[in-house]
Design a protein around this ligand. Structure first.
Ligand code: 9MR
Length: 509
């Protein structure tokens, strides 16, 4: 029996309400053809356009499903995943349209500070710790009842000058790592679902990267870091996180060796993060991806996709390129869905407006699920669709019109002009305004009851029963992450400097 999907769906049935309350975003609506997904129960369902704040009635056994309204996190939860999330940071918090989507826990159930928890911003000079910015990210997550993935501790980039210039000995660098981790992890104790303890320790050929850590300590910097993190927060899941380990190559094998190495030294590693910085047309198949994940879960590890984006190699993308991107996103997310022990997916910014890709790889980009106008792309619909299909158990027999081959799980039919009315309430007590989605909608047959009620509860909290059987000793730890029970305050200045002063690093992906 896979995950807790069936129990979860039973729970949804039990809490069913007569309405599917949908929300949407102004920027999502008319400009996103094929976006809303309605059921085969007839065009009347949910088509009362223009009535502000109304709900979409489930008038028969099936109802209109708006994949934007349901949101990726809610769909992921329906599959037994713990989260679908995004990176974000304080330098973007004054973009209200952008934040409206970040703040939607149906869309994103976990946030990751894109830069502000890194070593340079948190300890710019030795023993001087600065937490105002990451505290603000945590406060936003707490207010939204979202979890927090914490990122990152021992990494060769975004280091303060004192780390890169001090003439370290083994003893002094060990002490510096331990002090950094004790303070940073200690500050966020109880707030983090997981920590990326060591990030990107490997070269692409699988050898160790020549960082100040490796040069001074050899591989000992790995167990030193994991032991310090375990001591500072016994309940946070501790991850090794890297890119280009998705292809089952030497680097993949080296990542597995890192887990064994740390454990042999008495350290605790709970998970491996697959960053998932992919390129269109160069992404493993869903089956290949799940096979790689299983190599890790076989070691009693959880895995997650931690920084997903799929970049286009030429811009602007053609419809064919967008279809390829949709397929690639589905390979990644589907690969996770197919593996018990893959706990969730995080995108590295959800919109092209703020993606790191174009400045690092000029001429490439358009890598996110939403474009720079915050309009969801075919890749969004594809990911939402594959999550919906898996959750409902609809036979994987059809493709979604307009998105391309490779998407299964729906009985697709096109409808020319149906529109869905979005509710003005995001089920978190927050008024998010009402919009009307219209245009050429893709239709799908989705049993309504399996989604009804999914808006209730606390998607940002981790029920102990949802924690994968393959994860290690920390069951239930995440439940404290969204409750705001830690000592982290909410009063920070408006400083928008996330410490992102070291960008455009010298390594490639
Ligand atoms: O997205 C981050 C970007 O804003 C920073 O300039 C960059 C600095 O190196 O780091 C980016 O995030 C990286 C993440 O922390 C680790 N994996 C690779 C990500 C993209 O470079």
């Amino acid at each position: 029996m896979g995950r807790s999907t069936h129990l979860f769906l039973l729970g949804l049935l039990a809490s069913a309400s007569p309405f599917v309350s949908a929300q949407s975003y102004g920027s999502l609506s008319p400009a996103s053809p094929g976006f809303s997904v309605g059921s085969g129960s007839g065009s009347g369902s949910g088509s009362s356009s223009g009535s502000s704040g109304s709900s979409v009635a489930a008038s028969s056994s099936q109802s209109t499903i708006d994949l934007a309204a349901i949101g990726l996190h809610t769909l992921a939860k329906a599959n037994g995943l713990l989260f679908f999330g995004t990176a974000t940071d304080t330098n973007l918090f004054n973009d209200t349209a952008y934040m409206q989507i970040v703040n939607d826990r149906n869309m994103f159930g976990i946030l990751v500070p894109e830069n502000s928890q890194k070593w340079q911003p948190t300890e710019p000079t030795q023993n001087d710790f600065q937490f105002a910015n990451p505290d603000r990210v945590h406060s936003v997550a707490t207010a939204n009842q979202q979890m927090l993935r914490c990122h990152t501790l021992t990494w060769f980039q975004q280091l303060p000058t004192f780390v890169t210039t001090t003439a370290w000995t083994r003893a002094t660098l060990t002490a510096a790592i331990q002090a950094h981790i004790a303070n940073v992890v200690g500050h966020f104790r109880g707030a983090c679902y997981s920590w990326d303890v060591v990030n990107e320790a490997l070269n692409d050929n699988g050898t160790f990267r020549n960082s100040v850590f490796f040069e001074t300590l050899g591989t000992d910097f790995l167990p030193i870091s994991f032991l310090a993190a375990a001591q500072a927060d016994p309940n946070a899941r501790l991850y090794y996180n890297d890119f280009n380990i998705e292809f089952d190559n030497n680097k993949t094998a080296a990542a597995l060796s890192i887990v064994k190495l740390v454990r042999a030294a008495g350290g605790r590693v709970d998970g491996v993060g697959f960053q998932g910085h992919m390129t269109t047309g160069q992404t493993p198949s869903r089956a290949a991806m799940s096979a790689v994940f299983r190599k890790f879960t076989a070691l009693n590890l959880e895995v997650a996709i931690t920084e997903l984006d799929v970049r286009q190699t030429s811009l602007p993308p053609t419809p064919a390129q967008e279809a390829q991107q949709a397929t690639d996103y589905v390979s990644m997310v589907g690969g996770c869905l197919d593996v018990e022990g893959c706990v969730g997916v995080v995108t590295w910014e959800y919109t092209d407006r703020y993606s790191w890709i174009p400045s690092t790889f000029p001429g490439t980009g358009a890598a996110c699920l939403f474009d720079e106008n915050l309009v969801p792309k075919p890749a969004y619909t594809a990911v939402a669709s594959v999550l919906a299909a898996k959750a409902t158990g609809v036979p994987a027999s059809a493709t979604i019109a307009g998105i391309g081959a490779g998407l299964t799980g729906f009985v697709a039919s096109s409808s020319s002009s149906s529109s869905s009315v979005a509710n003005s309430n995001n089920n978190n007590g927050q008024n998010v305004g009402s919009t009307v989605s219209s245009g050429s909608n893709t239709k799908a047959n989705i049993p309504a009851a399996e989604f009804i009620g999914n808006f209730g509860g606390s998607p940002g909290l981790i029920p102990a029963s949802s924690v994968s059987a393959t994860s290690t000793t920390n069951t239930g730890s995440g439940s404290s992450s969204a409750t705001g029970s830690s000592s982290i305050g909410n009063s920070n200045g408006g400083n928008s400097n996330t410490g992102d002063s070291n960008g455009g690093g010298s390594y490639g992906y």
